[in-house]
Ligand binder design. Structure first.
Ligand code: URA
Length: 218
């Protein structure tokens, strides 16, 4: 729209008696205004989304804010919702084991999710929810500025990379994307491994690649 067209629209609104123009996206402040994790958390807490009303706690992120590795999960489960922290349930215990096996623990990584609230009944986040939170996830990653992002599971991989390819195809291969300087490693979700323990070996291999990458850069 050029200036003249904008003026015409405003004149038309004025003739109609419109005195206020509603912000059509009032819950989504400009990402540019956010320059710290505290501001990001505050902005995310204001997002008006139905799942928030069924959740007990918002689960933002935890760990080392200067970490080289950021782990990106899907959404909080029941235990995470109760405690307000990511990966503190059964999946988290498996994750801790694999981190320990490559010489890491939660003080050396940063962990967050695509969604900060638990979807009712632990359902998979839907397309609208993912689209709403993706800009916040990108901001979260840029504030931590890790060398590596590990996407845990198909949902976080698809959400971040905006791909329809499945995790079976993508896991274990480094990927890059515009706007993020970190290398991205898609791997399995620990909850999937609890159901399909035979894939644990692949999960472990993917994390070995992460360790290799980090040691090369340090
Ligand atoms: N599953 C996730 O994807 N994230 C959590 O925080 C817990 C379980």
């Amino acid at each position: 729209m050029n200036k003249q067209e904008v003026a015409q629209v405003l004149e038309w609104f004025s003739e109609m008696g419109v005195s206020d123009i509603l912000n059509t996206d009032p819950v989504r402040p400009s990402n540019k205004q956010i320059s710290s994790l505290a501001e990001l958390k505050e902005a995310m807490a204001k997002v008006d989304i139905s799942i928030k009303h069924c959740a007990t706690n918002m689960v933002f992120g935890t760990g080392n804010e200067k970490a080289d590795i950021l782990l990106l999960g899907e959404a909080p489960g029941a235990e995470e919702d109760k405690q307000g922290l990511p990966f503190v349930g059964q999946s988290g215990q498996l994750l801790d084991k694999v981190l320990a096996a490559i010489g890491l623990d939660r003080t050396k990584v940063y962990i967050t999710n695509i969604l900060p609230w638990r979807p009712p009944g632990n359902r998979t986040p839907n397309t609208e929810e993912v689209a709403l939170f993706r800009p916040y996830v990108l901001k979260h990653i840029s504030l931590i500025n890790p060398k590596v992002v590990v996407c845990l599971g198909g949902t976080s991989t698809k959400a971040l990379l905006q791909t329809t390819d499945g995790i079976m195809k993508l896991h274990g291969r480094w990927t890059m994307m515009e706007g993020i300087s970190a290398k991205i490693m898609p791997t399995f979700h620990p909850a999937y491994l609890l159901r399909s323990p035979s894939q644990k070996r692949e999960f472990w291999r993917d994390f070995l690649l992460v360790r290799e990458e980090i040691s090369r850069n340090n």
